[in-house]
Write a new protein. Structure first.
Length: 368
């Protein structure tokens, strides 16, 4: 029996996008292709599937208005293509789809984002999110933390939410070739990977880096890798005010092919977020043999367990203390490397993207 015909919302698969949602989609599509499942990726004019995957085709749907695309053009295309199940990497999906819809809710940051006062907008979003969740055949969350948040805030039974971690790409290994020179990095370094949004807590990370002993800063630069044009200038200003601008490298967007090498070459990786639905950069760093320091917020302690150091997100001195321990203690680095590799090895394709396929098959009736 062949697998179901899977429709996938692929609008995150745009050139230049380096999001966790994008990586989630890539790994699910890879798994579906390996399983021989036919997949149709629905996108707009900018959607590109970067690699040739047997059985995976892309269909561009016209329309600039998101609601028209979601609720009119997409259901029509699913019907025309004979899709037996639809996977959305977002909290939303077509309400009148001709097949079961599986939502992936990575987090609820889009509702009540810290620092933004949008009561009417947030109230509208929460009503829509609850509607989408009620109509979905199944909901995927990345972590137990996210599952609890989704159930509480959307008012749904936690049993309707299946926890499936984000898949780890096979390219993330300690053997990844070095790429630091390509990104203007001339010394050993501590690495942050992600966007520069407020919840990533980067001002406190700069404060923590500035609090490190001068000898450690001289030996290890701080590399902030990611793309956020609006978020960079305030961070540059803060680095200058702290007197560490000459040791902070803004690496910009990192090509997918270079990311494993950037992790593998780092002395430590740090993710000091105030909130995370999963924390994929921490997992990728562990898989590359890099010791990690994460905050005590969101899903990060759940993800890392005892394979990294956990620091108080709101105390730069605590973050600095954890980084200082890692950078100055070779024995600790070796132990964290060992634990991190063991932890990352748990995130196999069967446990991650493979379980997404199992869920899709189950809600679709097992294929055709």
């Amino acid at each position: 029996m062949s697998g179901p015909t899977v429709g996938v919302d692929g609008r995150e698969l745009r050139a230049g996008v380096r999001s966790g949602i994008r990586r989630y989609l890539v790994e699910v599509l890879r798994a579906a292709s390996r399983a021989g499942w036919p997949c149709v990726v629905y996108g707009d004019a900018s959607t590109v599937v970067d690699e040739a995957l047997p059985g995976v085709v892309t269909r561009v749907l016209a329309g600039r208005l998101t609601q028209v695309w979601d609720q009119v053009r997409l259901p029509r295309a699913l019907r025309e293509d004979g899709a037996t199940v639809f996977l959305s990497p977002y909290y939303k999906g077509p309400l009148a789809a001709p097949c079961p819809v599986v939502l992936t809710i990575h987090d609820l940051f889009f509702i009540g984002y810290p620092g933004r006062r949008r009561p009417l907008y947030d109230a509208t979003l929460i009503r829509l999110a609850r509607l989408y969740a009620r109509r979905a055949a199944a909901i995927v969350a990345d972590s137990e933390h996210s599952r609890r948040e989704i159930a509480a805030r959307l008012g749904i039974d936690p049993e309707r939410v299946t926890v499936i971690p984000v898949a780890l790409g096979p390219e993330f290994t300690p053997a990844a070739p070095p790429v630091s020179v390509r990104y203007g990095i001339a010394s050993s370094y501590v690495l942050y990977v992600g966007n520069f949004q407020p919840h990533k807590n980067l001002p406190r990370l700069l404060d923590a880096y500035a609090a490190l002993p001068e000898a450690l800063r001289a030996a290890h630069a701080l590399v902030l890798a990611g793309g956020d044009g609006a978020g960079r200038p305030p961070l540059e200003t803060r680095a200058r005010a702290l007197g560490v601008a000459d040791r902070v490298v803004f690496a910009g967007l990192v090509e997918d092919a270079d990311l494993p090498g950037l992790y593998a070459g780092a002395s430590a990786a740090v993710l000091p977020s105030l909130e995370e639905g999963f924390g994929l950069p921490a997992l990728e760093a562990m898989a590359c043999g890099t010791p990690v320091v994460v905050s005590n917020r969101g899903a990060l302690p759940e993800l890392v367990a005892d394979a990294g150091l956990v620091a108080d997100a709101e105390r730069p001195a605590d973050i600095a203390g954890a980084l200082g321990r890692v950078l100055s203690d070779a024995g600790l680095r070796a132990e964290l490397r060992r634990r991190g590799l063991a932890r990352a090895s748990l995130y196999t394709a069967d446990r991650t993207a493979g379980r997404v396929l199992e869920l899709l098959a189950r809600v679709s009736g097992g294929g055709r």
